[in-house]
Design a protein around this ligand. Structure first.
Ligand SMILES: C[S@@+](CC[C@H](N)C(=O)[O-])C[C@H]1O[C@@H](n2cnc3c(N)ncnc32)[C@H](O)[C@@H]1O
Length: 284
């Protein structure tokens, strides 16, 4: 079978499975199996697939039609300039979270003082996407990552090692801030907390509903449970003048900003993502 014939038949099957970007998804799978840049496929449309290649790519296609996320099939997800290992133990890092990582990096660059140790914490680190991006850009920052899930921390550790940052990151298995060493205070806390209202999880795309850990999604009845917790508990883990930067779910900005104002925080800003959705709340 030629590459083009496979792509056409795979596109049809992926469309039938309910995927919008079926042709693109088919190209990703094929490029992955052939270890080619996706654009190269267009130059080799008449190339024949070997029986082994065909079997491998058909197996991936079969799983993708069952809505296994493509990042799980490939084993990694792109986040900024990094490639992170992902599987069912962690949330697949999302493009909108890249904005929060860039804001945190920018903030730390502007506020870092060469004479003092600057410490940052990622609350709910998952794959480590946020804290590892920060650590990679800012070699002098002391970085900490916290998650309640041992499984997630295993993946985050693996990613830290793969990026050559293994020795840099302090990992903490902790339910909220409870198991953090006492006395540890941060200049910056970043968090992409679980923020989906419990009842809405059932109506999410199968890739999310069935393959992202529920623990990474479930924000309680109204989705705001973790913001309330951060508003009351994170202040005592910040140094004077410290900042908290959080990702927000769709349409949550007003309510979450209200929670923080009522708890005595100073509102800094709400930042939009590339789709114009209010995505990050910054308070101090
Ligand atoms: C939405 S995911 C974010 C993962 C990663 N930071 C990212 O942006 O891709 C939320 C993370 O919070 C963690 N989490 C959930 N409940 C927690 C709790 N009580 N204490 C600490 N972490 C928790 C989950 O295990 C999950 O890894």
């Amino acid at each position: 079978m030629t590459l083009e014939a496979w792509l056409q038949s795979a596109t049809t099957r992926l469309l039938a499975a309910g995927l919008d970007s079926a042709r693109l998804e088919a190209e990703w799978l094929l490029a992955h199996v052939l270890r080619l840049p996706r654009m190269q496929l267009a130059l080799e449309t008449r190339r024949e697939l070997t029986p082994t290649q065909l079997e491998t790519v058909d197996q991936l296609l079969h799983r993708r039609c069952r809505r296994v996320p493509s990042q799980h099939l490939i084993g990694t997800a792109a986040f900024l300039r990094h490639e992170l290992v992902v599987d069912q133990r962690v949330l697949v890092p999302r493009p909108e979270t890249e904005g929060l990582a860039l804001m945190a990096i920018d903030h730390l660059r502007r506020t870092t003082n060469e004479n003092a140790v600057v410490r940052a914490l990622d609350f709910g680190t998952g794959s480590g996407a946020l804290i590892l991006s920060i650590a990679a850009e800012l070699p002098s920052i002391e970085v900490h990552a916290l998650d309640v899930s041992d499984d997630a921390l295993e993946v985050a550790r693996l990613n830290a090692d793969r990026l050559g940052l293994g020795g840099r990151v302090h990992f903490h298995q902790s339910d909220g801030f409870r198991q953090l060493p006492p006395g540890l205070r941060f200049d910056l806390i970043v968090s992409n907390p679980p923020y989906i209202p419990t009842a809405e999880i059932e109506i999410l795309a199968p890739e999310v509903r069935e393959f992202d850990p529920r623990l990474a999604l479930d924000g309680g009845t109204d989705g705001l449970r973790f913001y309330r917790y951060l508003a009351t508990e994170s202040g005592r883990h910040l140094l004077p003048g410290g900042y908290l930067m959080m990702e927000l779910g769709f349409d949550q900005a007003l309510e979450v900003a209200g929670i923080f104002k009522a708890a005595g925080w100073i509102y800094e800003s709400v930042e939009k993502d590339l789709s114009g959705i209010e995505r990050v709340l910054i308070v101090r």
